[in-house]
Design a protein around this ligand. Structure first.
Ligand code: FAD
Length: 482
């Protein structure tokens, strides 16, 4: 049987989900001007993988499944399988030039990572472990697009989560023989408007007494009572593909999720009233490593694109040959190369965990801490190379259609190497990537998507081989006396 197609994915989103934007309920996310192009971009990923020439590279056949599904669901058993899986993830990232951070492979990576550590769930309880294993199996066999909400709304950071104003943070307000009832909010379900289901968990530390907040479950996006409150749509504000080639098509959206007494059946509950298990499901399994490994693979694609963009900007304004500019381009290229190298490094230095092969944990966190600082610096370097060229641009594609303006534009938008129309096209793409509101959201994303710096550095601290590093110092000191 054929694997999932884009048309099937689009059809699956017409499910009566409750999404709000600009004060109104959205009738159909697949046709609404705020979302339709991003939905089409997501759907195109499934069409891409189902093309005969891509099938082997992008998909695999789960045992006893009629259809092939994306390799993001494959649990690698050796280095070769990890690399094959990465190549499929890279190919999907290339479709959006790395600008769709929450393509379906992100949460799938989190889920297979948690599934690989099923014994952690067994300790929590056999029924919960069975629910998780069955759910991952179900999502994989149907090649579902999942989003997740694993972080709480900021509100008052000087207080613990359990001390926030009543019913702010999503929590269990009732339970019976059929399941749980959830009330409250979770922060920023990126891609939720175009996902099939949402995985809800609690990654931030909880303390004893906060058991009502300590749950994990999954719900279809049309679950009764699940309200999705979209942020401003950059897609809706894009002028045209020519003017905003990225934000018009790859605005994957972020949305607050409000659970208005949502019922969750027991077979969808994976963690139940256990504060430490909320941590363990990410960190004692390979879940957190796999979700962030996907993020670094995607980022390596995006950085290569941005470095290419920087080079073309310098060509457009005739500065490529200048030694200082080459130095900056060399520094940018080194950053992109470093991220690509860390991905290969964490694969090569990976290790077995039971029957599965995992990327190197500390190298992943090292990459993470480094790249959340690198990204805004790299964006600044690209802006620095461009100067006012990013701003001195026609207001929109319509200016070219005005016979009075077109000759002036051709004269004033001169470039060292490109015709005026091409230069404008390039610089509009550059502004969309580094300066627009969409670009600014991307900087915030790369800085925060997996935690603020105090969180990511703590992961690096926790996973570094201090014994080896300190041992070298001890060896030096023990080799001589006063
Ligand atoms: C574009 C975007 C998309 C996102 N998508 C998703 C998603 O799909 N799903 C999801 O679950 N989440 C998502 N998030 C949320 C993301 O996981 C959080 O933003 C991230 O974990 C940081 O948490 P926070 O925003 O509450 O910031 P905070 O943790 O509050 O940090 C903000 C700043 O406050 C300070 N600070 C706060 N607390 C402390 C402390 N204890 N010690 C020291 N300093 C402190 C630091 O200066 C820090 O930089 C997204 C975020 C963004 C920006």
């Amino acid at each position: 049987m054929q694997c999932k197609t884009g048309a099937e994915h689009i059809q699956s989103l017409r499910d009566g989900r409750t999404v709000y934007i600009d004060g109104k309920l959205v009738d159909d996310v697949t046709t609404h001007p705020a979302f339709r192009n991003a939905v089409a971009s997501a759907a195109s990923l499934y069409d891409y993988q189902s093309r005969p020439e891509n099938l082997e590279r992008m998909t695999f056949q789960p045992r006893d499944n009629a259809c092939r599904v994306n390799r993001c669901w494959q649990m690698p058993r050796n280095h070769t399988e990890l690399v094959e899986r990465r190549k499929a993830l890279q190919a999907w990232a290339q479709a959006s030039y790395g600008f769709m951070g929450r393509s379906p492979d992100h949460v799938a990576s989190a889920l297979i990572g948690q599934r690989m550590g099923i014994e952690v769930f067994e300790k929590h309880g056999p029924a919960r472990a069975k629910a998780l294993a069955d759910y991952v199996d179900f999502a994989a066999r149907n090649d579902l697009f999942l989003t997740y909400v694993i972080v709480n709304p900021q509100a008052d950071r000087s207080k613990d989560w359990g001390e926030q104003a009543e019913e702010l943070v999503a929590q269990i307000v009732d339970e019976d023989t059929t399941g749980l009832t959830i009330r409250g909010a979770k922060m920023l379900g990126t891609s939720s408007i175009m996902a099939n289901e949402v995985f809800i968990a609690n990654l931030q530390p909880l303390k004893p007494g906060e058991e009502a907040l300590a749950f994990c479950c999954a719900l279809p996006m049309n679950a009764p009572g699940l309200r999705v409150l979209s942020r401003k749509s950059y897609e809706a504000h894009a002028v045209s593909v020519y003017d905003n080639p990225l934000s018009s098509r790859f605005d994957e959206n972020d949305a607050l999720m409000y659970f208005d007494d949502v019922k969750v059946p027991w077979d969808r509950v994976f963690v139940h009233r256990d504060t430490d298990m909320c941590r363990a499901q990410f960190h004692d399994t390979p879940g957190h490593v796999f979700q962030n490994y996907q993020a670094q693979i995607r980022l390596s694609v995006k950085l290569k694109f941005l470095v290419g963009l920087a080079h073309k900007i310098t060509e457009a304004i005739g500065t490529t040959g200048m030694p200082q500019v080459r130095e900056q381009l060399g520094a940018l290229a080194a950053s992109a190369g470093m991220v690509e190298a860390t991905v290969a490094g964490m694969e090569a230095a990976g290790s077995m965990r039971g029957e599965f092969y995992l990327p190197n944990r500390h190298m992943l966190y090292a990459a993470h801490v480094t790249t959340q600082e690198l990204y805004p610096r790299l964006i600044n370097l690209v802006r620095d190379l461009a100067g006012g060229a990013l701003i001195m641009l026609p207001s929109s594609f319509r200016d070219w259609a005005n016979p009075e303006l077109a000759p002036i534009l051709r004269k004033t938008q001169r470039s060292a190497n490109f015709p005026a129309e091409e230069k404008v096209k390039l610089l509009k793409a550059a502004w969309d990537a580094v300066g627009s509101e969409f670009a600014s959201r991307h900087t915030q994303y790369e800085m925060f998507y997996a935690g603020a710096r105090f969180v990511t550095t703590a992961h690096s601290y926790r996973t570094f081989d201090w014994a080896a590093a300190r041992g070298m110092v001890d060896r030096l000191l023990s080799g001589y006396d006063l």
